[in-house]
Write a protein that binds this ligand. Sequence first.
Ligand code: NAI
Length: 347
Amino acid sequence: MKHTVVLIPGDGIGPEVADATRRILTTAGAEIAWIERYAGVAALDRGADTVLPEDTMHAILEHGVALKGPCTTPIGGGFSSINVALRKKLNLYGAVRPVRSLEGVRTRYDDVDLIVVRENTEGLYAGIENVITEGVITSLKVATEEACRRISRFGFEYARSRGRRRVTVFHKANIMKLSDGLFLRCAHEEHERNYSDLEYEEQIIDAGCMRIVQDPSRFDVILCENLYGDVISDLCAGLVGGLGVTPGANFGDEHAVFEAVHGSAPDIAGQDLANPLALLMSGVMMLRHLAETRSDEACTVVADRIRDAYNACLLRGERTRDLGGELGTRGFADAVCRELDRMPVPA
Ligand code: NAI
């Protein structure tokens, strides 16, 4: 096998969609040796004394690339988010979430093709909360010039490398004049200095959300800080068929972790109801990353085959229930594998 990838099945629907994704990648001919490691509740269930065990971290540090299922974070108490901890520990500062209409999935729009680029390490996700006095809580929003410049450069570079033309920065600098003001200033200056070949615009996030819903086709790359990026990604997912079809990737300078936008979906976990497409599409992004960073053209071929196979299935109406179909997680994976088996083997 040419590449070693750490597979973290995660919690809830994670193991189901991870299993489906691994099976499809293997059927498509991806030359990947998988190292399975655990995080989240799944790690505790296996006897670990922490939700982010050392051997999981070590495996990612050693191999550089991971495909990760969703991990549950308890609401209002309990342990802090493993997802956030992982992004911070590995310095995965740039989240990329492509949102595209799929030919075989009918939604209100058929021409959505945008990318949300989200700062992944600070903002309100710094998790600095204090009880000032009984009934009074503060939550600190952190913005550093270093991180704002870094994500701006990342966003512009990503836009340029993907042949995108326009970057829209979403902000609320009219209210958060200092923190969002810094984000905006960094983005604006980086654009002026190094990326003036790209169109640049700024939008206050509330009006920007309205415009996305009115006409998503006018957006190309949306650049924003952490929390806005989280919310906007799910909003955009709703434009193209929901969380079952929205992939994602978290990039740092050294490592990359690919994961769907969706969470562990406890409401449908263990019932063969989850759509594995979002993680599968994240796997396709991972193959393209391997192709780019390790000059392995074979990964591009496999990525294209998988994309063609799931599109063919969707067009034939072979879909999971969230997309109006009748297939379960395993059934959809079977359909994609059958399609791959029917496709001509590349020379
Ligand atoms: P969620 O994304 O898990 O679920 C929201 C809704 O979308 C649910 O109705 C669910 O059934 C549906 N859904 C999600 N993925 C689906 C799929 N692949 N196929 C079909 N339907 C799907 O969001 P929720 O309920 O807010 O969060 C549940 C847990 O997941 C929480 O503990 C949260 O912290 C965690 N989470 C983890 C993430 C990660 O690991 N990156 C990201 C988002 C949430």
